[in-house]
Ligand binder design. Structure first.
Ligand SMILES: Nc1ncnc2c1ncn2[C@@H]1O[C@H](COP(=O)(O)OP(=O)(O)OP(=O)(O)O)[C@@H](O)[C@H]1O
Length: 326
């Protein structure tokens, strides 16, 4: 497999001006400024292969946005090597900028409200020097994926927020970038829009072969879209690998969710630790090594209507990475 993103020993130190509160301090800071160093990214290395969708996750302030800004050429790092599609992002070569997109939030379409959506897309065509053939091809794909047909000739100011979001995606992707950096793509969206966004990201990657690095605080986004995760904490990589493997390695327990028809409840502690209990339903925490045996016992000793074996929630697994040594 070919790696399209290579990040090696990346570090970014911000210099942030500091001063005491009050007028006196404000005046003297005009003449003498003091700075504090903020090590946003300390030593990050990872690689991504063409076509991968990887989750780049970490708590607030971990350094995710800073890394994405460096990868998309907005920031020059303090040190380290980055190669994306063979380019050094902060050299900002036009060919590079035409091959990537950084989308922050859901990025609804903006600009003059009098323009129609198609006007805006044509403006983007000029800006990115897209040939008519490529424009038509990409537009057809995006119109189909984002159901844009009824919106193309509408004025931007007359669109609902959800519609502006779909058009904004089309605008960001009309030049068909090969690499997408998505920073919190589902932030602030309602339930339907979240589902739409997740479906779109997955379809877009399948149809175009784009490589996607996405950050999200919603673990459901990560679980739905990413097979691979890069987990960072305080500017350093804590885990890089298969998402499923992380759950298996870190969690020695599984959740058994059982629905049953029996009127008399058994002594659940004989099977596992009760996590949730409702009439005729129970969720049990069971050691991974005992799952097969407990499942067999449940099926023979109870009138089971439904039984599901699940991994513990991803939030809990990730939390364990932060609190325990890997
Ligand atoms: N322009 C800046 N000047 C100084 N410090 C900054 C600047 N931008 C970010 N930082 C600091 O760098 C650290 C990493 O910030 P960054 O935005 O990369 O984190 P993040 O992982 O994206 O966080 P979040 O999930 O909250 O968006 C934080 O401590 C932040 O305060």
């Amino acid at each position: 497999m070919v790696s399209v993103i290579n990040v090696k020993d990346l570090a970014m130190i911000y210099k942030a001006p500091v001063r005491e509160a009050g007028l006196q301090a404000a005046l003297s800071s005009l003449f003498r400024r003091t700075y504090r160093e903020i090590r946003a990214v300390q030593d990050i290395s990872f690689e991504l292969e063409a076509g991968e969708i990887a989750g780049f996750i970490g708590s607030n302030g971990a350094g995710k946005t800073t890394t994405l800004k460096i990868l998309s050429g907005i920031l020059h790092p303090t040190s380290g090597l980055v190669s994306v599609l063979g380019f050094t992002p902060w050299h900002r070569e036009p060919h590079y900028l035409q091959s990537i997109a950084l989308i922050r939030g859901s990025q609804p379409i903006g600009g003059p409200g009098e323009l129609t959506v198609l006007d805006s897309l044509h403006f983007q065509q000029l800006l990115y020097e897209i040939t008519d053939t490529a424009f038509q091809k990409n537009l057809t794909l995006l119109v189909e994926m984002l159901h844009l047909e009824p919106l193309l000739k509408r004025q931007i100011r007359a669109l609902s927020l959800g519609e502006r979001m779909r058009c904004g995606l089309a605008l960001s992707l009309i030049y068909q970038p090969r690499i997408l950096f998505l920073d919190e793509p589902t932030l602030g969206l309602d339930v339907t829009a979240v589902q739409m966004m997740r479906r779109f990201i997955s379809t877009y990657s399948h149809q175009t072969g784009a490589t996607i690095l996405l950050t999200s605080h919603y673990m459901a986004d990560v679980e739905t879209l990413c097979k691979r995760i890069v987990l960072i904490d305080q500017g350093t990589v804590k885990y890089d690998g298969d998402l499923e493997e992380l759950s298996t390695t870190l969690s020695s327990y599984k959740l058994l969710k059982v629905a049953f028809a029996d009127e008399i409840m058994p002594l659940w502690s004989m099977y596992g630790e009760v996590i949730e209990e409702e009439p005729n339903k129970v969720a049990l925490r069971v050691k991974r090594s005992q799952v097969a045996e407990v499942t067999t016992r449940l099926l023979t000793e109870l009138t089971v209507i439904d039984l599901a074996i699940e991994n513990p929630p991803l939030e809990r697994v990730i939390d364990q990475v932060y609190t325990e040594e890997m």
